[in-house]
Design a binder for this molecule. Sequence first.
Ligand code: DAT
Ligand code: MG
Length: 149
Amino acid sequence: MQRTFLAIKPDGVQRGLIGKIISNLEEKGFKLVGMKFMKVSNELAQKHYGEHKDKPFFNGLVSFITSGPIVAMVWEGKNIISAMRKIMGKTNPLDADVGTIRGNFAVDIGRNIVHGSDGEESAKREISLFFKEEELVSWNQDIQKWIYE
Ligand code: DAT
Ligand code: MG
């Protein structure tokens, strides 16, 4: 099993999409292992988006992610890092397939609703930026035998 970091960004929270997004992932069969409703500090935002610090959109990205509360989560499942990226859809929502979160709910690249880790390294890094080890919950998902062979 693999873990990934997923955040519902301030636009997703403001638009009342928290429940829909979480339902979608529960229905898929993934397991929630950590969740926080929080505001991102400037310092955390700079660290989180560190890989983009030289990009022209960096300042906008930091001010957007700190502009309102987010839902930070850790989800667990088989191949979940790439599966979550598929469920999220392409970065630019106009290129994202219908049925994906971004394809269904977003229009603009700067208001694309969710963040998800893009690989094993970033998943590890992002999970530890947002969560202490003891804030992650190991539990048995009783329906797991109906989801995994
Ligand atoms: P993703 O969020 O799909 O992992 P990314 O890591 O390349 O995409 O970029 C992080 C965020 O930065 C992205 O969700 C939206 C914003 N962004 C990316 N490219 C952009 C661009 N060309 N113009 C404006 N914002 C951009
Ligand atoms: Mg990214």
